[in-house]
Design a protein around this ligand. Structure first.
Ligand code: AMP
Ligand code: MG
Length: 335
């Protein structure tokens, strides 16, 4: 596949949405903002278009994509919504950062689900995502708009830096507020099963449905969510991840880096950063929501200025920590 032209970045308005619609209906790629991260979208019913996503990202062919639809889209045309608790989940959390994996009716390209008989559907809540999805009015397959394995993008510039020339258009809706990807749950069984943690947490799902569990790390359950086995979210600099009680070890690594002519940065929540005053710092914020929202942003800003990012475990005491730590453990090398 040849990519040559420069990718356009456009603010979202009637003209850019009309352009985006034409591109999507002609099997081209368009990146768009959601409340979590930027997605790399293609019409989900076309093999040709969906294949372009895998090629542009260098994404492994067995890592399935999430299908995005607007809030008035009739999801029952695509999937079987045959469990009672599905309506409760939809009423409580949609539109929003919750992706549900259903039994598929086979209406989207087989490439979307990489051979699984299920399909993951998401209804994003951000105004920009809704405007885009309503303009195109077709199901849009979209993974995060980054080169495979790299940190997920939360600004249009991040998308451009990774994928310039590999797609036609980036719709610019500013910085994404959520900052980490949607929670993915399997809704094909008798209880919702969390395949990937995110901003809709275990406690939130359990309080609505009454039951919920995390996917087990068994081989049977792992095949249900192929994406979790791949390395992810890696910034383009060295990294190290420490427990909060390993500050001395972390400072010694920082000092060694300085001595060898490298530029290290600590990345931590505001409390930890207060303690590390005087060192180069990437501050993540205080609350779980703030930290999730800043995590990829700080990793991507960090990779521009640091040779080494030294991160600390995040402990806010809320169950958003599960989603944050899931990303941080993959992005940074545990020491
Ligand atoms: P990404 O879009 O790169 O953030 O990743 C999409 C996530 O959704 C990955 O973890 C996939 O494994 C998961 N996913 C997508 N479709 C399915 C599906 N049909 N069954 C299970 N997991 C899925
Ligand atoms: Mg991704």
């Amino acid at each position: 596949m040849k990519f040559s032209k420069n990718t356009k970045i456009c603010k979202i308005d009637d003209i850019s949405l009309d352009y985006a619609k034409n591109l999507i209906l002609n099997n081209e790629l368009v990146a768009f903002p959601t409340e979590t991260v930027y997605g790399l979208g293609a019409i989900a019913t076309s093999d040709d278009a969906v294949l372009k996503i895998f090629n542009a990202k260098g994404r492994p062919q067995d890592n399935p994509l999430i299908v995005h639809v607007h809030s008035d889209y009739d999801v029952s045309t695509l999937v079987y919504e045959d469990k009672d608790y599905i309506k409760k989940l939809k009423d409580a959390f949609l539109p929003g950062p919750l992706t549900m994996v259903y039994k598929s009716k086979g209406k989207v390209s087989k490439l979307v689900s990489c051979g699984l008989d299920t399909v993951a559907i998401r209804v994003p809540s951000s105004k920009s995502a809704q405007a885009f999805l309503k303009a195109v009015n077709v199901p849009v397959a979209a993974p995060s708009a980054n080169v495979s394995k790299h940190t997920s993008p939360v600004t249009a510039e991040h998308v451009f830096n990774d994928l310039n020339g590999k797609l036609e258009l980036i719709l610019d809706g500013g910085k994404c507020s959520g900052g980490i990807e949607s929670t993915v749950i399997d809704v094909t069984g008798n209880e919702p099963v969390i395949l990937r943690s995110g901003l809709v947490t275990y406690d939130m799902i359990k309080s609505v449905v009454g039951k919920c569990r995390y996917s087990k790390n068994t081989s049977t359950e792992k095949v249900k969510s192929p994406g979790v086995k791949y390395s992810h979210y890696l910034p383009k600099c060295e990294t190290a991840l420490f427990k909060r009680n390993e500050v001395e070890k972390a400072i010694s690594l920082y000092n060694n880096a300085v001595e060898t002519g490298k530029t290290p940065y600590f990345m931590a929540d505001d409390g930890m950063c207060e303690f590390l005053k005087g060192y180069n710092l990437l501050k993540l914020g205080k609350t779980g929501e703030e930290i999730a929202s800043n995590l990829y942003y700080k990793l991507l800003e960090g990779e521009k200025i640091a040779d080494l990012i030294i991160a600390f475990d995040v402990v806010t005491g809320t169950d958003i920590d599960v989603g944050i730590m899931n990303r941080l453990e993959k992005a940074c090398k545990r020491c």
